[in-house]
Unconditional design. Structure first.
Length: 52
């Protein structure tokens, strides 16, 4: 699957690497600034079910 995605990217190898780094950075940015804060309101780390 990753090979097919790699072949879809335009340009030489060095440019593909830059595109992949930018895409990974954008995905991490979205996760840390939007998804994780939204999900944290549904997860309570104090509610433990182990050793009760």
């Amino acid at each position: 699957m990753y090979g097919a995605l790699w072949r879809l990217l335009p340009g030489p190898v060095w440019f593909r690497v830059i595109i992949v780094i930018a895409l990974v950075a954008a995905a991490l940015y979205g996760l840390f600034w939007y998804v994780f804060p939204w999900a944290s309101q549904f997860i309570s780390p104090q509610d433990s079910t182990i050793g009760g």
